[in-house]
Design a protein around this ligand. Structure first.
Ligand code: NAP
Length: 293
């Protein structure tokens, strides 16, 4: 069994990005800039945005966090987005989700210029990705594909089972794993809360992507010997022995599943770091105008 070390690979990618930024600075060029919008005081959102800001610093990017009160109206938020769309010094920006319920998230996502949509949530980017055109791919699936690529995991002709069908993880994963070329060329089954015989389906998988948000859902009896297991889940569970009072729990019952796997991602240190670094990669792509020219 080999661990898919997301922390290590993310550091490798970060080094490559930072080296490019050093060259840009040496040539007197503008430095890439990522902006994050955050509304309200949700603890998890604050942590995610802080992580993204830190990653920007490590890559040598400029970054800004625009913080707004929970009371901001949808219209006011749309005005902020229009400003960022027009600002030529901003290469990419993200709106940290979730937003307060009164604000229509879809409307906000669709207001972002697809050329600056480094989260890859805009329907234009989603659509382009599904038909294999250059696009910004949502950071978590992009990070998983990068991990498979860098560990040279053979995916061609394999049966991949994706558990979860969200628009930011499960569905793009399904598309990317079935795309033509490496890593891809899988036969993909997508499972969700209405799937029958999920145990039996998982047992036939060469590759399992668990992205449902149920701690320790995937048990050893659901995994065949030699499978590749990617654990996307991160749920905060109470823990008396940590300073914060909680710890992050994956969707895989790691201790019993790991011995059966050929490769497995740990939680933390697997998909999480790859997600953040993929956002940085997308920002550099936006700076270099690689997707839309
Ligand atoms: P989501 O939007 O809540 O979607 C969960 C999906 O899982 C849904 O499609 C749901 O089915 C399915 N599901 C729920 N219970 C199930 C069950 N018992 N059996 C089979 N399928 C079931 O979640 P998400 O945004 O995709 O995130 C999933 C997990 O990944 C969460 O723990 C999240 O925190 C984590 N995550 C981690 C990263 C990272 O960087 N590591 C990034 C993003 C998300 P229905 O569609 O039928 O409801």
């Amino acid at each position: 069994m080999q661990i898919l070390d997301g922390k290590k690979i993310a550091a490798e990618v970060r080094g490559e990005i930072a080296a490019e930024v050093v060259q840009l600075a040496a040539a007197g060029k503008r430095i890439p800039q990522l902006v994050a919008i955050i509304v309200g005081n949700d603890g998890a959102s604050q942590t995610y945005v802080a992580g993204k800001e830190k990653a920007c610093g490590e890559c040598g990017f400029k970054s800004q966090v625009l913080r707004f009160e929970d009371a901001i109206t949808e219209q006011e938020l749309l005005v902020q987005i229009a400003k960022l769309n027009a600002d030529e010094t901003v290469d990419g920006f993200i709106v940290q989700l979730p937003l307060p319920e009164r604000i229509n998230e879809q409307k906000v996502v669709e207001a972002i210029d697809p050329k600056k949509d480094v989260d890859g949530f805009h329907p234009i980017n989603v659509g382009r990705m599904t038909i294999g055109l250059p696009s910004y791919v949502s950071a978590t699936p992009a990070g998983i594909m990068e991990l498979l690529k860098r560990y040279r995991i053979e995916t061609s002709g394999k049966h991949a089972v994706v558990v979860g069908r969200s628009s930011i993880v499960g569905r793009p994963m399904m598309n990317l794993l079935s795309q033509k070329g490496a890593p891809g060329d899988c036969t993909v089954t997508v499972c969700h809360s209405r799937t029958k015989n999920i145990k039996e389906i998982c047992r036939t998988a060469d590759i399992i992507v668990a992205a449902l948000g149920h701690p320790e859902f995937l048990t050893a009896e659901m995994v065949k010997q030699g499978a590749v297991v990617i654990d996307v889940g991160i749920t905060r569970v109470p823990a008396a022995d940590t300073k914060s009072g909680f710890r992050l729990q994956g969707d895989v019952k790691y201790d019993e599943v790991a011995p059966k796997c050929s490769y497995i991602t740990p939680v933390p240190g697997g998909v999480g770091p790859m997600t953040i670094i993929s956002l940085m990669k997308n920002t550099l792509k936006a700076y270099k105008k690689e997707v839309y020219g």
